[in-house]
Design a protein around this ligand. Sequence first.
Ligand SMILES: *Cc1c(COP(=O)(O)O)cnc(C)c1O
Length: 766
Amino acid sequence: MPKPLTDQEKRKQISVRGLAGVENVSDLKTNFNRHLHFTLVKDRNVATKRDYYFALANTVRDHLVGRWIRTQQHYYEKDPKRVYYLSLEFYMGRTLQNTMVNLALENACDEATYQLGLDMEELQDVEEDAGLGNGGLGRLAACFLDSMASLGLAAYGYGIRYEFGIFNQKIVNGWQVEEADDWLRYGNPWEKARPEYMRPVHFYGRVEHTPEGVKWVDTQVVLALPYDTPVPGYRNNVVNTMRLWSAKAPCDFNLKDFNVGGYIQAVLDRNLAENISRVLYPNDNFFEGKELRLKQEYFVVAATLQDIVRRFKSSKFGSTEVVRVDLSTLPDKVAIQLNDTHPAMAIPELMRILLDTEHQTWEKAWDIVTRTCAYTNHTVLPEALERWPIDLFQNLLPRHLEIIFEINRRHLERIAKLYPGDHDRLRRMSLVEEGDQKKINMAHLCIVGSHAVNGVARIHSDIIKATLYKNRCFILVQGLLRGGPPQVPEQDQWHHTPTLAGHVQSWTATLYEILASMCFHMFFSIFSQAAPGYITAKLIIRLITAIGDIVNHDEVVGDRLKVIFLENYKVTLAEKIIPASDLSEQISTAGTEASGTGNMKFMLNGALTIGTMDGANVEMAEEAGEENLFIFGMRVDDVDAMDKSGYDAMEYYNRIPELKQAMDQIAGGYFSPDQHDLFKDIVNMLLHHDRFKVFADYEAYIKCQDKVSALYKNPKEWTKMVIHNIAGCGKFSSDRTISQYAREIWGMEPSLERIPKWFRNLKSLL
Ligand SMILES: *Cc1c(COP(=O)(O)O)cnc(C)c1O
């Protein structure tokens, strides 16, 4: 007769079943109630929906803890190569559902909450988005963390714990109004503060060159307080770490020359130091050269590199604990990936550590730095490139400026040897841009300081090679985005539901004529956030809402067309809109959109694409077959040719009657009856200084939309095209992308092991 199991043994069994994905509903209920009682200190008479959300989040979080600790123990013991993804943005969105899915807990939690008389979806809706990003670059970082954990890579995301993420957008009288995103107000159940690992970050001061070496002295210190968030892999028991730094004033901040009366002011001034991690700069593809932003960039880099060096030095080596005394093998054990130039200061900061603290020679230090760092470029738009004024640098980071000058001196010396007498090349390739105000070109710094440079789509990488930096050859090509291999069902299993057609026509009066002949309903939904300082973008949003006001009340149009501006576009809204859309518009002028990521999300989720041959659209057409996308307009070569021959918007305006009519209506106040010249500036821009040559693609676009409309009337053919798209989107999985980064940039081997060996004898997961 087997002995009856003890409580502890029962628990073990449950845990093992948990591994297989069958969770114990009654355990979840018990733990939910325990958290409601002990963590939230509420009973069911007074608990709010938010309390229930927090109880559920904590219950799910408990399932991460054992796996998280175990994963980190394993990394410490086995000392695999680590990859550090440095990014000023991690656009994570919500965490609860993703965690339940990755831990195979979703059904059990749904059942448990149901048995408790609660609606899990309603509870999920309480969670705030972690909106620590502007758009594609930040969302990419979030997808990459997920993929790195899912592929079993010893990876860390490092960034800033902004107290305020991307602003909340309200539409008031048709205008965008921003509100602060106070996402931490009710607490964040997913993070764990680690005050014991606080690190000092220095600013300002001056440099002393002494016989013993270089010293950076008289600095102001701000502390970096780490907050760790678990990053679970997809059902493989790996839990990696995203570490975000928060700025904290030291206790003696501004108290050095303490005097009566100075004390209160000194305590109040602590805010100045802590402002570093206060707010995300809401600029997408735009460089705003503010000192606070440079502080943020150096803050994350300085704190992170201290962590990297400490972890490198104290890791075990085989079975024995080894304290590595120098950093000469750093590139074998550490890869640092720079998400755009925002964390570019990692290059001079690692040089500073190697030179001034580790006392390495310049040559040795430079070899270590360049073999450790790699850089991803995200745009070629000149207004987005980071070019920091030297004066600002000199004041805030004097030692780093010295190091950058020396990097540049050696760099130019090498170029001069390779291309004797080519002064124009030296000027083009210098890290220092001359002019009224000397500036440091951060993209050039990244390119010389890295062993690998990549763009975010093939066409983008080709453009970088041809323009941004002609002489670097190692450029990798890759697509983006997450999503497993597609499952393609039989065609008749698909039902075509045009619920929320992202179906678009141009804003013309002829629209009404087209509509009159239409047999289907269209919802023309638009979502976008304008940077608060971007006046034209805000005016364009106002124009969209104004067109909505007219069109949505038009009697001829009736219910057949609605123009809806969806406010506050964020990850959570994207997760709803994208799967509901039929048509995705990816209509950037060829050569201007590095990749785009929404294009691939729509493709994966069953929308068709009308798009130009730009960014990832090019590879989407290649994968799905060009006949399965609606491709129109100029190619990059056509745009380049037009740059030479000249673009004349007036020619199109005068030649195409409906284009002229639309512009005249917009400029003349048809959509702004109370303020006739409200939109004049937009039309003026389109007619006289449109860098994007929008009118040059106009006719091709309208023709292509006619093809879209014709096909939409044939659901069977439309659906066939959708299936080809979904079947062809595998390349755009971020798992595929990260596997390629791992092999080609980081020298690491991705693994799809579901239950890693080191995990199999885990005693308890709860
Ligand atoms: C994907 C995504 C973006 C970026 O979309 P693009 O098409 O690459 O510009 C921006 N915001 C959110 C919320 C997203 O999910």
